[in-house]
Design a protein around this ligand. Structure first.
Ligand code: AMP
Ligand code: MG
Length: 335
């Protein structure tokens, strides 16, 4: 009897250890649906701590929440005693601004707001207004030091281009610290993975069709271990006026939505914050400048889709990317 009991106990423990059923949680935060899927015995605890960092970052970084730290910075022009998260995300955004020749500029907020993208009341602003708002857009004038941050007059921050990637990194760290070896975070279509799948096989991440985002994906990326896959696409937020489409990714040099033939950019790499900042910036820079910059960034690969359906894949991603066969897409040579 005793032997049978220990045998049963051993079987139960074994099943618990090797359980391939993940724990899953879906939450609404950062203006989107976020789902966390984690495997193994540490999954529950990992999900708890991932959710709490997501909620913390959501309340710090929101540009519209009057209680947020970013809202306070935007109202006052200067804020001391910033949280470590705000300091490190702003620092990362400034580095990426430098790296992308100002394509990523977190002082773009007044322009984004004038187009109505923050609250969804869209309209094409008067060109004079765009012109005058652009005078205050310049990330290089932000002073960030131990005393806090100071913005030039009229400047306001928008961390929307990098917040989800930074949050994915922080949530993935929380899962790892809780002992989770295998997990997948989906932040409104931006994917971050922890480790490999529990059976050791690759994660397969679908890439949205920018012409039909609710439909079947046009491609799949296979990921071996921890990584981020982050997409910026005009289809994610846009409006139409007088037969023309205007989207939420604004070229800081013109004040108008980026218009260079790209319709979506997907970036993969280790850091979600870098992938997120890069995906937005490369979308603005256009295909050729994007490829040139990527060439100098080992570990970061991209998939660039143009409005005629041509798909450029950087060399390091070629072997792990495949088209699903959906009509309208063709791979173009990168060499
Ligand atoms: P993403 O979806 O990551 O490409 O980020 C797009 C969001 O970033 C927009 O909704 C704006 O809030 C913000 N944004 C738009 N243009 C820029 C820009 N040039 N630099 C920084 N942030 C931007
Ligand atoms: Mg981005």
């Amino acid at each position: 009897m005793k032997r049978l009991f220990s045998l049963l106990l051993a079987i139960t423990l074994l099943t618990a250890c090797s359980s391939s059923e993940p724990d899953k949680r879906t939450i609404l935060a950062m203006d989107t649906v976020i789902s966390i899927t984690a495997y193994g015995r540490a999954a529950q605890g990992g999900i708890e701590s991932a959710e709490s960092v997501i909620r913390e970052l959501d309340s710090l970084l929101s540009v519209t929440d009057e209680e947020s730290e970013i809202f306070a910075i935007n109202r006052g022009g200067r804020a001391a005693d910033l949280s470590e998260h705000s300091i490190s995300i702003i620092r990362k955004a400034l580095e990426l601004g430098e790296m992308t020749g100002g394509a990523l500029d977190i002082t773009i907020y007044p322009v984004v707001r004038a187009w109505g993208f923050t609250v969804g009341e869209y309209s094409v602003p008067d060109s004079e207004l765009i012109y005058s708002l652009l005078e205050n857009v310049d990330y290089s004038k932000i002073v960030l030091d131990d005393a806090g941050i100071s913005l030039p007059d009229g400047a306001m921050l928008d961390l929307g281009a990098i917040a989800k990637g930074y949050t994915g990194d922080t949530a993935a760290d929380a899962l790892r610290e809780a002992g989770v070896k295998s997990a997948l975070l989906d932040l409104g279509g931006n994917i971050q993975t922890v480790g490999a799948k529990p059976d050791g096989s690759s994660w397969r991440v679908a890439v949205n069709d920018p012409f039909d985002p609710q439909g079947e994906p046009f491609g799949v990326i296979e990921l071996d271990g921890s990584a981020a896959v982050i997409t910026s696409g005009g289809y994610e937020r846009f409006f139409e006026q007088d037969g023309k489409t205007y989207w939420h990714i604004i070229d800081p040099h013109t004040g108008y939505p980026a218009d260079n033939g790209l319709v979506s950019v997907t970036v993969t790499g280790e850091s979600g914050a870098v992938c997120d900042g890069l995906s937005t910036a490369l979308f603005i820079m256009g295909r050729d400048a994007a490829l040139e910059l990527l060439d100098s960034l080992p570990g970061y690969e991209a998939l660039l889709v143009e409005k005629d359906g041509s798909v450029t894949v950087t060399k390091g991603l070629l072997s792990s990317f495949s088209l699903t066969g959906k009509e309208g897409f063709t791979l173009v040579d990168t060499i």
